[in-house]
Design a protein around this ligand. Structure first.
Ligand code: ZN
Length: 202
């Protein structure tokens, strides 16, 4: 009978994956017994989870935003309420919520799923919400050569709801406004009306 595949055990220090070693050290520091049943597999699980949660470091916005030429659409293109999960770089706690991403095309557009992948590319890193919001807008301006970009992000931060000031219902809102959106109030109003559900703007 083949033995059940078990990843490296705590008693196997030589050549152990650095992330698993780190989790093992963490258990010791907080006073846990890493050999108890519930924790034996945890270092390997954390390593796999981190591969996913921090996948953004291995992704390039320029590769994600594959553009194609399209001269018909000059009006706002909007990805609305795209959910995301990120990690606060100050506490290593999660923060999550949704982001709306709009741009004004300049003869180049992208598939809408590419905008969602762009959000994940920057969210799956150590972040602060302000930078996450700005990086998405700047990547769109840079790679699409867009006439404008507007990114609006609302998120709940575990480091605020579960510790520290402990405000359960507070969320944080950040925005990044670039190009023609900066200059024209009517465009900002169009964006905000669309994001809050009133597409006609009336
Ligand atoms: Zn934090």
């Amino acid at each position: 009978m083949p033995r059940k595949a078990v990843s490296k055990r705590p008693s196997e220090p030589a050549g152990r994956d650095p992330m698993e070693q780190l989790v093992s050290s963490f258990f010791q520091i907080i006073g846990e017994d890493e050999s108890r049943e519930g924790l034996v597999e945890t270092p390997a699980r954390v390593r796999l989870a981190c591969d996913e949660v921090f996948a953004g470091y291995r992704q390039d916005p320029k590769t994600i935003l594959k553009t194609f030429s399209e001269d018909v659409c000059k009006e706002m293109v909007l990805l609305k309420h795209c959910e995301f999960y990120s990690t606060c770089e100050h506490h290593l706690f999660p923060f999550f919520g949704h982001i709306s991403v709009a741009y004004l095309p300049n003869r180049k557009i992208v598939g809408i799923s590419k905008l969602a992948r762009l959000v994940d590319c920057f969210a799956r890193r150590l972040q602060i919400q302000e930078r996450l919001t700005a990086q998405i807008a700047d990547a769109i301006m840079d790679v699409l050569d867009a006439r404008g970009a507007y990114v609006l992000c609302e998120a709940t931060h575990f480091c605020m709801t579960s510790r520290g000031i402990r405000k359960q219902n507070a969320s944080m809102v950040t925005s990044a406004i670039r190009g023609e959106f900066e200059k024209k109030e009517a465009l900002r109003m169009e964006f905000l009306a669309a994001v809050t559900g009133n597409i006609s703007g009336k």
